[in-house]
Design a protein around this ligand. Structure first.
Ligand code: SF4
Length: 924
């Protein structure tokens, strides 16, 4: 019988509600929950395909389903039982703690954990073991926002809510490609702008993203110049008399110092430093200050910076100075990247925080938490934050690492150090749902965890709204919930003589954990003592919601009273600091990183679905087109991208969205998809081999958004491309097998493709043809060694081709192909294979090097609409036939091709294409 379960999407911080459809132990569908106040039934391209990432085939091929142990590094892991696994973990940790002290171990957890998981891990580290060495990948995502809120408003609490998106008169988006990173919020913005055409959208970003393309005013600033911009806006507000002196006098402190500081930030200086027009600066200041309600949205563009906190406070200064806070449609609203970064903050799951927004530095707070946990004390020294933790392990100070639901061998900057840390640590535990992450390769012990659709607990989204996460299907294999694993390990550690004797982890359900967390919030700013699991199952709720309250609070500080000693918000006067690593003659490009529309983080989940590679099929680095021409580089050419820390090889792509001197590469391309063997004899480690671990001194968030790099031709003339349709029940395993071969080439990438079926595309390049045996290995994995496969080889010229044609009842199709040496025919052969077109006439052509494309096989172009599989070429052709206003042409396009009518993720791109494509009659 079919069952429906209300839960949430596990990807971004919008926190959309989903309804999971399941039959017996199988998830069979997902749709948006029409009653969830974050999304009202909508899902983006990622959320709408969640069920396809949880099929039996995917689970069996890529999930970690039983505990495993490596007897030595690099060996194949062996299965063991839970008891043996946790006993081993407890013994190793206890020995290290006894020998080197509690600070010799560290826990690196995740913003994708549920609040209950987070709570138990935090208590395990700080309460039982007595170390504050617990940090999270949320450090990479929002710790600057935390520090910014605390320094200015007195508490880590986003003061606005999603409804404010619809009530704002001016939306000021800084450092956020909301259209791609928080798509459902962007749908709400689009709809609000349609209803209220006077609403203004100002976007600040070094890149012309889809969000920027939708703006009324776009400030394309130089990377790292945000503080200059915000101070320049305040300078103008003061000059023009646009500040709210009554609000400043009644509710704030410290304005005089800031006023004195921003005097230096004259329009001339600001325009020059930011690389924008003075008129645009003035217009931004006017819209921000004089609109009846201004809401700012910001994300990693501000946070992932060596001045992340400064950027946050400089923006919040503007809200306080203009009185744009504490009223409908106004306020500084930080968007969280991860689904439960907020929940982690609530339980104090960072190295410098304690439960319920308490501070480690405050003795009374420490005493309160110790009393709640029934332990003698909690340590007073801040623990090691993400970057520090891995640096300490690389230096040999940290001996044991426990990594939960995150993939530091993909996502942390400076991968050389991270990998040294994982190799040098004496004992590495990886608690994971997916067996395919790069970090799993470094684990001594692998512990299988439950995942989306299986977990039970709560998450909090960007607007402080807590939702229930409910299991639709039983835990597969031997997987266990993360909090259960932590609690079981904690009890075994106690049996080894670590920590107090009494029962500290008496939980029998997620609810029992949550109830303890709830009690910790009593009388705190995030008090949720008025809520219960049962109530949250009826409807998600926003904190604070203290006992006796009838509702939560959508908007904070409406009374102008802030949670500081004197009830006043603080202006913070911070000077602009340049990026940690400015570009120079040796490293002349500023590399920034960001998201793709249809992918999530390290792609351990989204990377299982070929259809999510339709929009961006393969890794590439983007550069300004004129920079390409000036340096004699060509689109598609392979380049070495090198920073002071490492190097990768990747294809080049021209982009009109970037200013000269800048480069962009998506954050998702880790070693799981992009690899090769470096000249130093170490496998290339993906995008974060390059990025900079320099961090903000207040938030300790690293500067992932800016790295100085050089970009030089790679000169790898021998090329290979191989692709194949594979059986659903083995495709992902076969992809893993091909992936293992990436390190045998100086450059290689390996990605899935396909909508109804699963295919794998492997690409490689080298100085010269590799041994035949290596090519045969690739052929074997992709099924090209079958008896009927067609073959051609010219060893002298480094040429090799093999093709597998399959005769079906209707037609003959190309199922697999390998082109080595001469790959010029790739485009048409790729169309033939990926579109599953009749191939009976092409058998001989497939084996001829350099064959021109047959007329019938023109490539169909890049996919824009993932839901209806509509290509850019088809959209442009249709738009050329549509007349009228931009809105009318879009409506006609959508009626004809359906693109953008389901999840809506491609709508900003359709708008861009509509602006770019002239109607044929007009063009004539
Ligand atoms: Fe998931 Fe998309 Fe909603 Fe984010 S916007 S929570 S990724 S459905």
């Amino acid at each position: 019988m079919q069952k429906e379960t209300r839960s949430t999407c596990p990807y971004c911080g919008v926190g959309c509600g989903v309804i999971i459809e399941s039959r017996r132990d199988q998830i069979i569908g997902v749709r948006g929950d029409p009653e969830h106040p974050a999304n009202f039934g909508r899902l983006c391209s990622k959320g709408a395909t969640l069920h396809l990432t949880a099929t039996r085939e995917v689970t069996q091929q890529v999930r970690l389903l039983r505990p495993m142990r490596r007897l030595e590094r690099g060996a194949t892991p062996q299965t063991l039982g839970w008891d043996a696994a946790l006993e081993l973990a407890a013994t190793r940790f206890a020995n290290i703690i006894r020998r080197d002290g509690p600070d010799a171990v560290g826990f690196y957890v995740s913003g994708q954990l549920l609040t209950e998981d987070y709570y138990v891990f935090n208590k395990l580290a700080k309460g039982l073991i007595g170390t504050n060495n617990i940090d999270t990948n949320s450090r990479l995502c929002m710790s600057s926002a935390v520090a910014g809120y605390k320094q200015t408003l007195g508490a880590d609490a986003p003061p606005a809510c999603y409804e404010d998106l619809e009530l704002a008169d001016c939306l000021f988006i800084a450092g956020s490609n909301t259209a791609w990173a928080h798509p459902i919020l962007f749908r709400r913005i689009e709809e609000a702008r349609k209803r209220r055409p006077d609403m203004k959208l100002v976007v600040v970003d070094p890149r012309r993203t889809d969000t920027a393309s939708s703006a009324d005013l776009f400030l394309q600033i130089q990377p790292g110049s945000d503080v200059v911009l915000f101070h320049g806006m305040l300078h103008l507000m003061l000059w023009e008399g646009w500040t709210d002196s009554a609000y400043i006098a009644a509710h704030t402190r410290g304005f005089d110092e800031l006023k004195a500081l921003v005097r230096e930030y004259t329009p001339d200086r600001v325009a020059q430093t930011c690389g924008i027009r003075k008129e645009d600066l003035a217009e931004a200041a006017r819209l921000f200050a004089t609109s009846p309600a201004t809401l700012s949205l910001y994300c990693q563009g501000l946070n992932q910076s060596s001045s992340g906190t400064a950027k946050n406070v400089a923006l919040i200064n503007l809200h306080l100075a203009a009185g744009q806070i504490g009223k409908p449609g106004a306020g500084p609203f930080s968007l969280t990247g991860q689904p439960n970064a907020m929940g982690g903050r609530e339980v104090g799951g960072l190295a410098n925080l304690l439960s319920a927004h308490r501070d480690l530095a405050n003795p009374q707070h420490r005493a309160e938490v110790a009393a709640l946990w029934r332990v003698p004390s909690v340590p007073d020294q801040p623990g090691k934050t993400a970057i520090e933790m891995f640096q300490a392990a690389a230096d040999g100070q940290l001996k044991a690492l426990w990594i939960v639901c995150t993939n530091p061998a993909q996502s942390l900057p400076d991968q050389a150090t991270v990998r040294r840390a994982l190799q040098r640590a004496e004992f590495v535990v990886v608690q994971e749902a997916f067996a395919t992450t790069a970090t799993c390769d470094f684990a001594d012990l692998l512990l299988p965890a439950t995942s989306w659709g299986e977990k039970n607990g709560t998450v909090t989204n960007s607007e402080r709204r807590i939702s229930r996460v409910l299991p639709a299907v039983p835990a597969p294999g031997q997987t266990r919930h993360d909090w259960q694993i932590a609690a079981d390990f904690a009890r075994r550690l106690q049996s080894c003589g670590i920590g107090p004797r009494q029962e500290l982890f008496p939980y029998d359900s997620a609810e029992s954990v949550w109830n303890e967390h709830r009690e910790s919030t009593r009388s705190r700013d995030l008090d949720i003592t008025g809520l219960s699991y049962a109530q949250l199952e009826q409807a998600p709720a926003q904190w604070p919601w203290p006992e006796g309250a009838a509702t939560g609070k959508p908007r904070l500080y409406e009374d102008g009273v802030f949670p500081t000693d004197d009830g006043r918000a603080r202006f913070i006067a911070v000077k602009h600091q340049p990026v940690a690593e400015p570009r120079d003659a040796r490293y002349p490009f500023a590399l920034t990183t960001g998201r793709l529309r249809d992918q999530w983080h390290g792609m351990s989940r989204t990377g299982t679905l070929g259809r999510l590679f339709g929009h961006v099929a393969e890794p590439a680095i983007q550069m300004n087109a004129q920079d390409l021409a000036r340096r004699g580089l060509k689109e598609g050419e392979l380049v070495h991208v090198t920073s002071r820390r490492g190097s990768i090889v990747v294809p080049l792509q021209a982009s009109a969205d970037l200013a000269s001197g800048q480069a962009f590469m998506a954050m998702h391309w880790g070693a799981e998809f992009l690899g090769g063997m470096g000249t130093t004899g170490h496998p290339l480690a993906g995008i974060n081999a390059l990025t900079n671990p320099a961090y903000c001194p207040s938030s300790r968030q690293p500067e992932l958004k800016h790295t100085a790099v050089k970009i030089l031709p790679a000169e790898l003339p021998w090329k290979l491309v191989a692709m194949a349709w594979l059986p659903d029940d083995t495709a992902l395993r076969q992809r893993e097998a091909v992936r293992q071969l990436m390190a045998r080439f100086p450059y290689a990438s390996c990605v899935p493709f396909g909508r109804q079926r699963t295919g794998v595309l492997f690409r490689a390049a080298a100085h010269e043809a590799p041994p035949d045996a290596l090519l045969e290995e690739i052929e074997t994995v992709l099924g090209l060694n079958a008896a009927g496969a067609l073959r051609y080889a010219d060893r002298k010229r480094g040429q090799r081709r093999s093709a597998l044609l399959t005769r079906g009842p209707q037609q003959t199709t190309l199922d697999a192909i390998l082109l080595a040496g001469d790959t010029r025919a790739e485009a048409w052969i790729r169309t033939l294979l990926q579109e599953e077109l009749p191939a009976q006439d092409y058998g001989r052509l497939l084996l001829l090097p350099g064959t021109a494309a047959p007329a019938a096989l023109a490539p169909r172009g890049r996919q824009v609409c993932a839901c209806f599989n509509v290509s850019e070429d088809a959209i442009v052709a249709q738009l050329a036939r549509c007349t009228g206003s931009e809105g009318e042409r879009l409506a006609a396009l959508q009626q004809r091709l359906q693109c953008g009518t389901s999840c809506g993720s491609c709508v900003p791109e359709l708008q861009r294409l509509a602006r770019r494509t002239q109607p044929q009659q007009q063009a004539a």
